[in-house]
Each structure stands twice: as structure tokens, then as C-alpha cells.
Design a binder for this molecule. Structure first.
Ligand code: WTA
Length: 712
């Protein structure tokens, strides 16, 4: 450890005495942590010449370096085709297969190496080790099952699967056939899954009967029935529900199978033992998968990712930013149901030919030592998780990591800003001062990291994601589209001035929404075929320090980031509005020291109804049914009226300020200013009596709350 780092470590151990409540009160500019020399010595990227190779004058050809990490059946002729902006085509006319790249091509050298190590949640159950050879067998056999059911290239297939090895097998089997998988996070409700089935036009749903979560074996099949029903209401029939069994041969759900529609996968597989399915050679621009995410309307967006561009980008970033080598044991504790798991549990790591660990359960089950026991037992040396998980593990087991003999060379953080104090615990206690931390800023839409430092080259700075990623030219613009100079200390909208291979291709079925949400804001000439005229608007606020490092401040739209997961206020509100008694609804974020943000819901009732615990419960149930438990509001406030502008728009920033005990700001434009005080009294008195008074907000948090919500 260098002196610098030791000094910081000493400072950090002092400050970890301070209480949770002081975290992030002040985010001053932090000092740098240089990467340990031992790390640099082995890093995939340690020569700064790589920065020149990806400099703007070498764009877009610089990205050949990523594409050349793959096996192409046919080489592409144009690296970036800009003829139909902003529908970019990367590696145009190239052909490849994603499953071949993640599986087959590793067989010659590494057939007996573990591709996946699956750790079931019950601690006495053994791991399942899936070698590359075994993965090849399983992917082929399941691809044969799908082929037998008529699945073809271009068909959409919805998956609603938990964290089991059958999930990557299913994804790769779809990819082998060129079918487009759309995996829905298992924690989402059946109705949420059904909406995604309908939107994508899937005729097949693939699920599992049950899985373990916090010690319980949950019936998951029940959600499939709800999903099929919800899809039918939107006009989409599901012909087949394929049910993997958590324990093959034994059904673990109570929900009955529906005759002729529902089939056990293990029974179908028995008919296809030893089957080999030729990987279908797909155009680079063929869609590989859809990943739905929340936005500013009630309807989630199916982000469509390409085969060639996406796979190149996640392979390149896994190699240079995650520093994945084929002989590493890599563990990303995210869920495959989110983009992080797609890019950095399945496609990136497997394409790099490494060993990827998959854990079924919750990180603190049965206790806060679980992740560190797994890391010690499996020899994990690259660890990847979210600030919410780090905060939670720090809270419940601050001294646990020291009890276990594991050694990380590299740790990732993703999904939310990480407070410097939490960062220091991650560095000193989890990483034992030996591991680099790579804070990665990106989105479902971006496919892979776009703001983050190169761990063998750039020093780390707690709380900042770092500079722009290789070949991505980030810039902060003001509302008029003028750039804010680095170091100005001013917050603005972070944009990427150029496309990169991992960027999503469109919103499934809604190309206009794709253009209007992400590009219209800063595009000055819709006819231009020059990529420079099409900055990508990410929807996040940020500041750039004079060293060029970016600090992400959070969403500037109607999205609330709960524990690193995006929830759209409109989605939450439309489900509350479906409750018969509810007249109006508004969802706002509340600062939370573990989950980052949590949701509070304000509702007013139709005439003739009175507030009751029953109505509150109905709203909660509606949200859990439509979206899932993850979206359950912390509080539901039934208020006499909403603060509104004269044109009748709800002012979310006023109620957000109320929930966070912040200054409500200027309310002179309100039609009903008197209700502000009434609501404040009602909500804050209840919070005081429940012991929910928040700590003092930081300046950035205060700014976020003040800016929250369009006034619609
Ligand atoms: C936020 C997750 C700060 C951001 C990969 C973004 C972050 C949203 C970071 C995307 C980070 C992601 N620091 N904030 N390192 N990474 N975010 O689509 O607001 O689930 O827009 O993708 O998470 O969330 P999504």
C-alpha cells in the first residue's frame, strides 16, 4: 500500500466512528486513491497509449479494437453507419452469433473450466459448477427444445426467471437461434411481466416453479398465470409456458400446471439429450435482447440491444474496466434481471471466457458474513455490487469482511452515487486496501459503462464515477445546449456527444419515443447525418471537476432510483389511480441512508370517501400487484388536496420537500397555497411520531428534491 493510501486509510478509520447520519452531509472534493502497483502490473489496460487510440480523432474506427475481441462469421464493412440518425448501425453487414462467442469459442482451450459457479441460497446446499463444455451441452439441448416449439430468429421470448444457471442457459439458447430474449426481473409482479409480454409480442413465457429468497422457497409459477392473463387483456396470447423446476423432477410450486399450455422443461430436455444446434449467423444489427426500464410515462420502455455492437462493447469494457482475465473468478452480485446482470454477469464475462459466479439469494442471508464466505470459498478476486448492498452490509456487519480470508484485486460499484464515507469502508474493509474500486456510471440504455476510470491508469476519487469511458465523449450541457466548462462547479445535463457500440438501438415498437426522449432535446438539425449533431441525453444531472472527473447527481426526470432500480413516478401513480377511491396520486422520492431513495405516495380521494387504513392498504396492494414488492411505498399519505398550479398541475417538488423536511421553496404560483401547510403538518407530525425524521440533507440532495418532478 502506498503512503498516500495508508494516510487515507487512517483518516477513514477515524471517520468511520461517525454515525450513519453524517454520511454524505458534505460532498467536498475528495482526494485520489492511486491503483496499487500490483494491480497495475497485471492490468489489461495499463499503458496510457490506449487513451490516444480511443481519442476523438480516431472515432469511430477505434471501436474495431472491441469488435476484434469477438469471433465474426463475416467481417463488417462499415464500422459506424450514420445514414439514418440516431438509428446507428455498428459493424454494418458483419455477422456473428452471441452464443457462439460466449460458449463454443472457449471449448478448444477451456472446455473443463468453470463458466458458471452457482451458489444456491441455502448454505448447506452444494454449488453447481457448469464448465464451458457443460454449458455448451445445456445451451444446445435447450436451443433444440425451443427450435422444436417453432422458435425462430427474430421471435421475442419473455423470460421471468430467478438467479439460477438455467437463466443464462435460456438466454444463450435464444441467442443461439437468433431469437430476442426479454428477461423480466423475477421480483416484478405477474402483471408487470404480462405487460412486457404484450409489448414485445411474445408467444412463449419461460419461468421457474420456485426459488429461494431470504430463507423461503417462493412459489414463482403463480406469477406466470397472472402474466398470461395480463397479456391476454392487452391482446397477446401466450401459447406455451415453459417451467424449469428448481429441483428437476420435483414440482415446488402450489399453483397447478395448465394443461397443454404449461410444460416442464426437464421433461422436454429428456427428448433432446445430446442435441446440437448450429448457431445462427446473425447480422451485427439484429436485436439480441430487450430490457424494459421505467421512464417518464406509465409505459415501460423495451430497450432494444444489438448483437454485434452490444457484444463488442460489453466484451471490451469487461476486459478493460472490470479487468477480467480468463483465469479470474468474477462475482457480480447484481440480478441478471437488470441490465447489469445481462452485461456483466452473462455476456461480458462469458465472452471473455472467465468464471462467473451466480448467487441465488439475498446478500445478508443467513447473516452479513455470507458474501465474504462465498468469496473466500470460491477464491473470488473481482467483486461487483451496488452502493445499496454496500451500505446495507456495512450497517449490519461492519466487521464481517475482516473475519474471512479472501482477496479482491478489483471491486465495482454501480447504479447509484456512492457516498465517500461508504466508499472508504468498501475500500478499506471490504477491499482490505488491496483492491481498486471502479465506480461505473451507465444505464439500461447504454448497454455498458460510459463514465468510469480505467483501473490500471486513472486514480480513483470517492463519489465520482471518473472520466468518460474509452471512445465516449461526455459533456455537460445547460438547458440551452451550451457546454458547462469542466471545473465550473455548475450542475447540468450529462450527455454523450457521440454514439458508441453498446448504445441501445431503439425503444421496441416506439421509434419516435426513442428519438424524442433521448435525442430531440439537443439535436438542432433533424436531417443531419453527422453524429456530432446528435448528443445523447441521459436524463441525469452531473458536475464535472477540473480534473475532468464526473460526479453524477441523479435523475432529472420523473424517475426515482430506489436501491439502484429505476421506478417511474407515472407507473406508480397510474397504479394508485386504479384504486376506486383515489382521485389523484403523486409519487415522490425520500432520501434513505440504505436504499438511497425510497418512494412515498400522496393520494387524494374522490368526493364521498374518507381516509382510512383500508384505502392505504389498497393502494399498497395495487402497486405491488402492478409492479412488484420492490416498488412498495414507504408511506402513503391520504391528503385533503394536492398542491397545484393554477392550471391544475400537481407540484411534486412541494410534496417531495415536505416528505424530506426540506424547504418547500416558492409557492406563490400555487392555486391553493394553504394546503401546503396543512399537508406539512399532517405528514411531518406523523413522521416525528414514527421516528422517521431524516438527517439534514446535503446541498445536492436538497437541490434534487427542489428540482423534482415535472409539474404535470
Ligand atoms: C443511476 C443501471 C451514480 C443514474 C446500470 C442512471 C448512477 C441510472 C451510477 C440508470 C453511478 C447508474 N453513479 N448514479 N455509478 N450508475 N446510476 O438503467 O441515475 O437501472 O441514469 O442502469 O442509475 O439505472 P439503470
Amino acid at each position: 500500500m502506498s503512503e498516500d493510501v495508508q494516510g487515507q486509510a487512517a483518516e477513514a478509520s477515524e471517520s468511520s466512528e461517525s454515525s450513519e447520519a453524517t454520511i454524505a452531509v458534505h460532498w467536498r472534493e475528495e482526494g485520489y486513491y492511486p491503483p496499487p502497483p500490483k494491480f497495475i502490473g497485471q492490468a489489461n489496460a495499463s499503458d496510457p497509449a490506449i487513451l490516444d487510440r480511443f481519442a476523438e480523432e480516431n472515432f469511430p474506427e477505434c471501436f474495431r479494437e472491441y469488435a476484434d475481441l469477438l469471433h465474426w462469421d463475416e467481417y463488417w464493412h462499415t464500422t459506424l453507419d450514420t445514414s439514418d440518425p440516431p438509428f446507428w448501425k455498428w459493424f454494418a453487414d458483419g455477422k456473428l452469433n452471441a452464443s457462439y462467442n460466449c460458449v463454443d469459442r472457449h471449448l478448444a482451450r477451456d472446455r473443463n473450466k468453470a463458466a458458471l459457479i452457482w451458489v444456491p441460497e441455502p448454505e448447506d446446499a452444494g454449488d453447481t459448477v457448469v464448465t464451458y463444455q457443460e454449458l455448451y451441452r445445456r445451451v444446445n439441448e435447450f436451443a433444440a427444445v425451443l427450435q422444436d416449439l417453432g422458435v425462430q430468429a427474430g421471435d421475442r421470448v419473455t423470460l421471468h426467471m430467478p438467479m439460477v444457471p438455467e437463466l443464462p442457459v435460456t438466454m444463450l439458447a435464444c441467442a443461439r437461434l437468433g431469437a430476442v430474449h426479454s428477461q423480466v426481473f423475477a421480483g416484478f409482479s405477474g402483471a408487470a411481466c404480462g405487460g412486457r409480454i404484450a409489448d414485445s409480442g411474445s408467444k412463449i413465457l419461460i419461468t421457474m416453479d420456485a426459488y429461494y429468497r431470504s430463507g423461503d422457497l417462493l412459489d414463482h409459477k403463480v406469477k406466470a398465470d397472472e402474466a398470461v392473463e395480463a397479456a391476454r387483456k392487452e391482446g397477446q396470447e401466450v401459447d406455451k409456458v415453459l417451467v424449469w423446476r428448481r429441483f428437476p423432477g420435483q414440482y415446488s410450486a402450489k399453483t397447478p400446471m395448465v394443461e397443454s399450455r404449461d410444460v416442464f422443461v426437464d421433461e422436454l430436455l429428456a427428448e433432446h439429450q445430446g442435441a446440437v444446434v448450429e448457431p445462427v449467423s446473425m447480422p451485427a444489427e439484429a436485436p439480441l435482447f430487450l430490457m424494459y426500464t421505467s421512464g417518464t410515462t406509465g409505459r415501460p420502455k423495451g430497450c432494444q440491444h444489438s448483437t454485434g455492437g452490444y457484444l463488442s462493447y460489453v466484451t471490451g469494457t469487461s476486459r478493460f474496466y472490470q479487468d477480467i482475465h480468463p483465469d479470474d473468478t468474477y462475482w457480480c452480485m447484481a440480478d441478471i434481471g437488470w441490465i447489469t446482470g445481462h452485461s456483466y454477469i452473462v455476456y461480458g464475462p462469458l465472452s471473455c471466457g472467465t468464471t462467473s459466479v451466480i448467487y441465488e439469494g439475498t446478500p445478508n442471508y443467513p447473516d452479513a458474513g455470507r458474501p465474504w464466505r462465498i468469496a473466500e470459498r470460491l477464491g473470488v478476486n473481482i467483486f461487483h455490487t451496488s452502493p445499496t448492498a454496500i451500505r446495507m452490509l456495512r450497517k449490519v456487519g461492519p466487521d464481517e469482511p475482516a473475519k474471512y480470508n479472501y482477496h479482491f484485486k478489483h471491486m465495482t460499484t454501480v447504479g447509484e452515487p456512492i457516498e465517500p464515507e461508504v466508499y472508504r469502508w468498501y475500500f478499506n474493509t471490504v477491499g482490505k486496501g488491496e483492491a481498486v474500486i471502479v465506480d461505473t456510471w451507465w444505464q439500461t440504455e447504454t448497454g455498458g459503462f460510459i463514465g468510469t476510470g480505467l483501473p490500471g491508469i486513472h486514480a480513483m476519487k470517492p463519489g465520482s464515477c471518473g472520466p468518460a469511458a474509452l471512445g465516449v465523449y461526455l459533456q455537460i450541457l445547460d438547458e440551452n445546449g451550451d457546454p458547462l466548462p469542466p471545473g465550473s462547479g455548475k450542475a447540468g445535463n450529462i450527455t454523450a456527444r457521440n454514439p458508441w457500440p453498446g448504445i441501445f438501438q431503439t425503444i421496441w415498437g416506439q421509434p419516435d419515443r426513442f428519438v424524442s426522449t433521448y435525442f430531440a432535446k439537443y439535436n438542432k438539425d433533424p436531417d443531419s447525418q453527422d453524429w456530432r449533431d446528435w448528443p445523447y441525453f441521459a436524463g441525469d444531472g452531473a458536475v464535472q471537476a477540473s480534473d475532468g472527473y464526473f460526479r453524477i447527481l441523479g435523475r432529472v426526470d420523473d424517475v426515482i432510483n430506489v436501491a439502484g432500480h429505476r421506478l417511474g413516478t407515472k407507473e406508480l401513480e397510474s397504479s394508485a389511480l386504479a384504486v376506486q377511491e383515489v382521485a389523484e396520486a403523486a409519487a415522490v422520492p425520500v432520501i434513505d441512508d440504505v436504499r438511497g431513495r425510497v418512494v412515498e405516495m400522496y393520494v387524494s380521494l374522490k368526493p364521498g370517501y374518507t381516509a382510512s387504513a383500508e384505502v392505504e392498504a389498497k393502494v399498497k396492494t395495487a402497486i405491488e400487484t402492478d409492479i412488484g414488492k420492490i416498488a412498495r411505498p414507504k408511506n402513503i399519505w391520504i391528503v385533503p388536496d394536492m398542491p397545484k398550479t393554477r392550471s391544475g398541475k400537481i407540484m411534486r417538488r412541494v410534496i417531495a420537500a415536505t416528505s424530506n423536511f426540506a424547504d418547500v421553496g416558492d409557492i406563490t404560483t400555487l392555486a391553493n397555497p394553504e394546503v401546503v401547510e396543512q399537508i406539512r403538518h399532517q405528514v411531518q407530525a406523523a413522521k416525528v411520531s414514527r421516528g422517521e425524521v431524516p438527517r439534514e440533507l446535503t446541498e445536492t440532495e436538497e437541490a434534487e428534491i427542489k428540482a423534482f418532478g415535472s409539474e404535470g
